[in-house]
Design a binder for this molecule. Structure first.
Ligand code: NCD
Ligand code: ZN
Length: 345
């Protein structure tokens, strides 16, 4: 029987939400992951250390006793964030990182940053204390095509931040383009990038072929095959600058299948079997551990997890559960358009 044994993985980008959704989705992540960076885009967002700690407690309450898991909390940056409070929350260990959402870029980003220049003093303070900056890297100007928003952000904003603050530890999150991949590849060691399983698995045809497919709609939006290939190349390269951030982002079915459907793919449940399949298809199983268990920890100066997990190759393809129940409602579970023969036992 073919097996892959790896250090227990971490997820460097999750959305746990709150209340009933939180309750249902937390175990889906904590079952296989040891740590995760938790996004602060609740409504209203997590704006300071005190709110982050309260949210952390609500998460911890919902971790099954048999799961060993640590949530790493984040603060949502606005133009009004107090840089002293922010760095204090980081230095006291209340939070792990700060998240930059350009205003209007994605789900619950209304109070995000309109003008990056306005937050440069905050970023400078973060750089001084070593606090990581997590970036949703898309511009939001109406005149920029939705498929170009990431590469324009890299050109106009990321390059500026990196040049001004070369010591700042930055993660360009959920990258989707060849341009972003190449920029990160060639940058100094303080810039790294996370990649999601759905951007590795699908190209933008998955949004439109055979009819409109709202469950594959996420932001940054899926790109064409050239871009997907460059992400796969980065993920399987073993290059420590690239690591897993699933961006698992649950929305109730009726919010996705709607006149104006929400962006976000819920992929926590089968994320690791899907990734094992992708790496297997690329004859790169030996690089899976770098991508899911080692590279992120290195970037964030954390120790590797002590526990291990084993993935096993099945003789029949894995049958996916279609939905996660949230009381009387449901969230659709991400399933790629190719067979998966791996599972975790
Ligand atoms: C995320 C969400 O639903 O909160 N949606 C998404 O499409 N990725 C927000 C985000 O990370 O951009
Ligand atoms: Zn996200």
């Amino acid at each position: 029987m073919e097996e892959i044994e790896i250090i227990k993985p971490d997820d460097w980008h999750v959305h746990f939400r709150d209340n009933n959704i939180l309750k249902a989705v937390v175990p889906e992540t904590t079952r296989h992951f040891a740590r995760a960076i938790v996004m602060p885009n609740l409504t209203p967002p997590i704006l300071n250390g005190k709110q982050a700690i309260k949210y952390k407690k609500r998460i911890i309450k919902n971790i099954p006793k048999s799961h060993n898991f640590e949530p790493l909390m984040t603060i949502y940056l606005t133009e009004n964030t107090n840089k002293f409070e922010l760095s204090e929350s980081y230095q006291e260990g209340l939070v792990f990182a700060a998240k930059l959402y350009p205003a209007g870029a994605t789900t619950n980003s209304e109070s995000g940053v309109k003008d990056i220049k306005k937050i440069m003093p905050i970023l400078e303070t973060m750089s001084k204390v070593g606090m990581p900056l997590l970036i949703h890297g898309e511009v939001t100007h109406k005149e920029v095509d939705i498929f170009d928003r990431e590469k324009v952000f890299v050109d106009q904003n990321l390059d500026f931040i990196c040049k001004e603050l070369p010591e700042l530890k930055i993660t360009l999150e959920h990258i989707t383009t060849k341009e972003a991949t190449e920029y990160v590849w060639e940058s100094n060691e303080n810039l790294a990038a996370s990649i999601t399983p759905h951007h590795l698995a699908l190209n933008r045809n998955a949004l439109f072929v055979g009819g409109i497919r709202p469950h594959n709609y996420c932001l940054p939006i899926l790109k064409s095959e050239i871009h997907r290939k460059s992400l796969v190349k980065a993920a399987i390269s073993g290059n420590p600058k690239f690591f897993l951030g699933t961006d698992t982002a649950p929305h109730l079915i009726h919010d996705k299948e709607s006149d104006c459907g929400c962006a976000g793919v819920f992929n926590a449940t089968y994320c690791l079997p899907i990734l094992a399949q992708i790496f297997d298809n690329e004859r790169s199983k030996n690089k899976l551990e770098n991508f899911v268990s080692k590279n992120g920890a290195k970037h964030y100066n954390l120790k590797f997890n002590k526990q291990k997990i084993k993935l096993t190759k099945l003789s029949n393809k894995l049958t996916f559960k279609k939905y996660l129940d949230i009381r009387k409602e449901k969230v659709k579970i991400f399933e790629p358009d190719f067979p998966v023969f791996w599972d975790i036992f």
